[in-house]
Design a protein around this ligand. Structure first.
Ligand SMILES: [Zn+2]
Length: 258
């Protein structure tokens, strides 16, 4: 890391009183200066391949409304994808949605390890530390992972406004899918456009599942949340859809869904 590089993570509102931890794996499109934009233009890095457009802004808005702590990643998913297991091909992809990433084309093990040490583990250690703070206070929080997806992929328009991704723990996902559709008329993807039942997601599997914390991953469509107005609109949707779920004290009991 050099002067001018951002930190590998940002913790917002660490002492927030909500029993919720917000996390945002793909919050930033920043690349450490030494990696020279990975050989990409700023235009390409600003596309969905570089980061989750709108996800950080929505995370910050919910953090403020809920008075909840949030942990956001500091670097582009193309540097190292914080929601992948290290060593997977998509962890430091040489091609992402048809865009070649020259800086990832011939990575040595040493270079990959240096990225993991500088950009990946510090973020995950910050998530662990945030969960440890809850644990020390005797609280089992809900963990909400915020993402966004591109409206068109592989020639197909994606119809969902929101995707709710979950594997075995239904506590947040099932009522949330119902509430988002019923209260706001949204087209909600149940494990669409991605599924949490494929082996790819790392963060919730690593942090929330083993602690038995209620957890869910949300995917927001980028043409809906890519503007300030869209962020506020979806913050309203999520706030009202989550409200009856988060108010139930039974939610905050650790339970292992293995
Ligand atoms: Zn994402």
């Amino acid at each position: 890391m050099q002067a001018g590089d951002p930190p590998p993570f940002t913790v917002v509102n660490p002492l927030g009183r909500a029993k919720v931890l917000l996390i945002c794996d793909h919050a930033s499109r920043a690349v450490p200066r030494v990696l020279e934009n990975l050989g990409l233009s700023d235009t390409d890095l600003a596309k969905h391949v570089g980061w989750d457009i709108g996800a950080a802004a929505l995370t910050l808005e919910l953090s403020r409304r809920w008075d909840a702590p949030a942990v956001l990643s500091g670097f582009s998913r193309l540097v190292v994808d914080c929601n992948r297991t290290l060593g997977e091909p998509t962890s430091m992809p040489a091609v992402s949605d048809g865009i070649a990433v020259p800086g990832n084309a011939r990575l040595t093990d040493e270079q990959a390890a240096a990225r993991a040490a500088a950009c990946y583990w510090p973020y995950h250690e910050a998530v662990s530390a945030a969960l440890d703070r809850f644990a020390a206070a005797g609280v089992a929080p809900a963990v909400v992972s915020m993402h966004s997806f591109t409206p068109r992929m592989n020639g197909m328009d994606r119809p969902w406004h929101v995707g709710v991704l979950w594997d075995k723990d239904p506590r947040l996902a099932v009522p949330l899918i119902a509430n988002l559709a019923r209260l706001h008329g949204l087209t909600v993807g149940d494990n669409e456009p991605y599924s949490a039942r494929d082996p790819h997601g790392f963060t919730l599997r690593h942090h929330a599942q083993p602690r038995g914390l209620p957890h869910v991953l949300l995917e927001m469509r980028q043409d809906e949340v890519g503007t300030d107005a869209g962020v506020l609109r979806y913050a309203d949707f999520l706030e009202t859809a989550f409200a009856p779920i988060l108010v139930d004290p039974a939610l905050y009991r650790p339970a292992l869904y293995m």
